[in-house]
Write a protein that binds this ligand. Sequence first.
Ligand SMILES: Cc1cc2nc3c(=O)[nH]c(=O)nc-3n(C[C@H](O)[C@H](O)[C@H](O)COP(=O)(O)OP(=O)(O)OC[C@H]3O[C@@H](n4cnc5c(N)ncnc54)[C@H](O)[C@@H]3O)c2cc1C
Ligand code: SF4
Length: 338
Amino acid sequence: MMRLPGFRYLAPRSAAEAATLLAEHGPEAALVAGGTDLYPNMKRRQIEPRVLIGLRGIGELRGVEGVARDGLTVRANQTLSEVASDPRIATSYPALARAAGQVSTVHLRNMGTLGGNLCLDTRCNYYDQNYEWREALGFCKKKDGDVCWVALSSPRCWAVSSSDTAPVLVALQAKVRLVGARGERVIPVEALYRNDGIDYLAKQRDEVLTEVLLPPSEGLQMTYWKLRRRDSFDFPILGVAVALERENGTVRSGRIVLGAVTSAPVLADEASALLAGQKLTPDLIDQVAAAARLEARPLDNTDLSMTWRRRMSEVYVRRALRELAGLPLTEGDLPIVR
Ligand SMILES: Cc1cc2nc3c(=O)[nH]c(=O)nc-3n(C[C@H](O)[C@H](O)[C@H](O)COP(=O)(O)OP(=O)(O)OC[C@H]3O[C@@H](n4cnc5c(N)ncnc54)[C@H](O)[C@@H]3O)c2cc1C
Ligand code: SF4
């Protein structure tokens, strides 16, 4: 059995106090919300914080505010179960509810939070292993080693962004509020991520993600399609989030975002640009899906083969757009797995 290493647990009463504690303790400290990502990573000695700053007792990080017409504010400590079942989210931001509802298992969704899901560590077959396994291999760049087993000559780590909600929030152009020891700021969710498997978040070390600001929902259509080996529970090996603004059947603008293909959610901008000013016909959808495939470049470091995952990016973009167009999801011999 893998055991947690020893640590000190601090329980601040506000986000500002948590940020101050982060600044005081520096790299020795980490935030913990539901702990469903952090604690397993600590057991595998992937991270070894001496001080944990618990967010669960902070009342201001709970709740959902506003009306969808003007945009909702979802606080960071809302659990994934709460996000999936909130009627305002399920009605006006169904892709977010679907993504949250497809994270792992019911137990983990009852503990895991939206903030934790957005700050989830990147994943890799050579990294998400116990200490002894990684030691036998000589470790890797992401922790304790100096080589990348996925791309031997690569100067960077390619561990994969595996959050289900992040691609949806990037597609929706949602924002996040970050509270730091020296003040707070609001940035697009897209700007929260760096395409780097080690340094994957662009927030400062002392910043706490406190809320997600969803845009006004009027005129927005959206969906999320998740590919994984087991439909009962598994991390995504591909996530396709689409958000469209449509008027009288014509797409004004569209954003297709691919999750789990590299170290950050990727806006497929060439595919997305093909949507503007067009009707969602089967031919257009085929063209857009083929363009999205060229923008998906998964590597061989998650479940199943990268060639198949790349091929599935075209299939899943096509299915997502056909769903939004109200067309049947026919795909020849490929099984439909959502
Ligand atoms: C078996 C298993 C299956 C899983 N399947 C999936 C899956 O399919 N899809 C998926 O997306 N995830 C999956 N997860 C990962 C995890 O359960 C979820 O991502 C969950 O949402 C993490 O939230 P948490 O509150 O538990 O985060 P924690 O574990 O508490 O924290 C995760 C990271 O976020 C940081 N953090 C937490 N809250 C904040 C905040 N407010 N501000 C700044 N930093 C913060 C922590 O420091 C830590 O680095 C799985 C986990 C397991 C164990
Ligand atoms: S991508 Fe390379 S450096 Fe990053 S976790 Fe995997 S093997 Fe390690």
